[in-house]
Design a protein around this ligand. Sequence first.
Ligand code: AGP
Length: 608
Amino acid sequence: MCGIVGYIGSNQAAPIILDGLSKLEYRGYDSAGMAVFDGEKINAKKAVGRLKILENLTHGGETMKGTAGVGHTRWATHGAPSDANSHPHLNAKGTIAVVHNGIIENYIPLKKKMISKGYEFVSETDTEVLAHLLDYYYKGNPLEAISKVLHRVEGSYALGIMFSEYPDEIYAARKDSPLIVGQNEEGCFIASDVPAILKYTRSVYYVDNQEIVQLKREGMKFFSVDEEELTKEAVTIDWDADAAEKAGYEHFMLKEMYEQPKTVTDTISPRIKDNDIVIDELKMTDEELKAIKRIHIVACGSAYHAGVTGKYVIESLARIPVEVDFASEFRYRDPILGDDCMVIVISQSGETADSLAALRDSKAKGYKVLGIVNVVGSSIAREADSVMYTWAGPEIAVATTKAYSAQLAALYLLAMKLAKANNRVSEDRFQQLLVDLRKLPEQIELLLGQKEKIQHFANRYVGAKDIFFIGRGIDYAISLEGSLKLKEISYVHSEAYAAGELKHGTISLIEDGTLVVAVSTQPNLYQKTISNIVEVKARGAFIMAVTSVENQAIEKASDYVVYIPQTDPLFTNSLAIIPLQLFGYYVAVGKGCDVDKPRNLAKSVTVE
Ligand code: AGP
């Protein structure tokens, strides 16, 4: 996720900005830059790569004299990492500079309009459109210009802005992306997150949505997006620096679990326009989509599990046969892909060696490859014929949560797009799916609210030796992910089984008190799964059921039930995964495991 730091006061700004950005490095980034007013003009420096490069370029900020400035670490969303795409972005005259964290969802039409008005763009980013819009609306009043721009843009933003005609002011604004401001006796600060300014002040203001802040050396003023002055209460931060990086959460994994509502929103909302699904990045017409007769999904680990869900959803909606393969298997079994096959490679990091190799093999055989990737500009993203980004932001914890949820969301969108192109779904059903899709973030939020309840239950299984996850159909897909989450961070042995398959051998492992987590969210399979629950219960199993609110009948056969809100049966994995993530997390915490960095694991497996 991008990081923003701004300062205006009695000290040199550049060193403070560089120091603040270094405290935000944990958020993940691929380039950095800053703009400082040097007394006459805005002096901007930016560079792709680590913050150290910018530090060296500016001799630790020494060459960028001035006491007012804004800085940025970029996590690429639109436009690969490059000097030109790095922030800050300036207007052509260099009199306005802006840094941005978020996604301007309507930047394409805005960019077209600005170009038609004679503006020239020098980057591929969505952010640059803000610099030119500010230029367009600026008539000598910064607040008025900012207000007009914010009324035009859609999406999420945290902004730091400078106007060279107002050297004693810097501005901040926010919608959906985090932003705080603070003050001490030596000036005022802007930051994406507390760690950046904790050493200067513990008294901060959380900027709320569609608020604008005017920061001067001696103080700050708050305004609504309609330029009405506001009053706000300061908050005192009592976290230490390490806790602050996690925004007060104990682990990055928990923080990222709680970011899932936003990552699902960020992945779906830019692709839903006028109650239709628009995935421009596929670079395929409906006719070309209709020509796809087979799909082969290739991935590893959790990305593979997302692919299994994708199989069920695409086959159910678009009636296109889908095979899902471990990348490590795919590349050595000389797969028969058949004509008109599209290969989809799913990868959070975009650098997994087996997945990258599978992509290259597929392209070498002449197949079109779509990448579903989280890291912009990663190898898989660059080498795929087209890439659909999951805008989950950088994921720090080794065990994926928010990126996995974003992968599911991307697959739902793709399935619905394919179904519509093949006339396989009625308009009513399509609109109902859109309604349920849009509701997922708030439903995920609701389930995260059950944290304490799940933690209480999980504490009973800190000493468990074996835990089984069972499910039928799409519930089998989520059982795979729930099992992996548990074992990779708590080191408790676990297996996921198709519920109907357990009795063909593995049921012999069920002993008195063995925990079986039964996922049952498919109405047509409720009764079948209850039968499987009864089978294992008869052998002593303790049953945790994860089921839809309508399936109260399961209570008779279960010992502990977690209900998920009503949604389309095809989307239930996005909800059922929440209690499963929380369960695995709290078993691991209860065991004192290193949740964010589990033993033997790497965030990106770049070796075979
Ligand atoms: C997920 O929790 C694991 N850390 C791991 O299975 C991961 O999903 C797998 O290595 C694939 O990584 P990728 O998505 O970056 O390709």
